[in-house]
Design a protein around this ligand. Sequence first.
Ligand code: IMP
Ligand code: MG
Length: 173
Amino acid sequence: MNKVVSVLIDEETLARRVSELGRQISEELEGTTPVMVGVLRGGSIFHADLIRNISLELQVDFISAKSYGATTKSSGIVKLGRDLESNIKDQDVVLVEDIIDSGKTARFLVKHLKLQRPSSIRICSLLSKPSRENFDIPIDYLGFEVPDQFIVGYGLDFDQNFRNLPYIGILGA
Ligand code: IMP
Ligand code: MG
């Protein structure tokens, strides 16, 4: 791919923040056995690092949503991809997202998860863009605010590429 990627958040900064988030979740959810639901595919790397920084008994599951189009702007039409395998009724759920942009995906997934009547749902997102169109998505645990540019790496893709970069980068021309 002839694209330039400039480093926005390096590996060390990511690791430090992920460990802080893990500690915060461990403290705030003490006494529970949360179900850590990773949002595929972008949230998979963050999820894998995050759960290893949580000192609670926990469970793991994954869900995916499709937001149509292989472009840098999501279409706004969100559909369920893979559903959970666990039963989350009366469980404390943490939804682990890579990035919240408009908030449509998170809003859709929270609504879907609520159908199973979990006792709580929290959102943990590594990144958030300021462009969030006031979808009123409360992010309980947030890694970093990022500029309104296209972000890749550490799980995030552009057209399925760049997910394996160990840092967060900005895609240039
Ligand atoms: P939202 O529904 O607008 O909040 O968008 C959320 C989804 O769009 C994320 O889970 C990502 O998969 C994707 N997305 C949004 N912004 C970016 C970006 O800058 N880089 C890569 N993926 C993004
Ligand atoms: Mg994506």
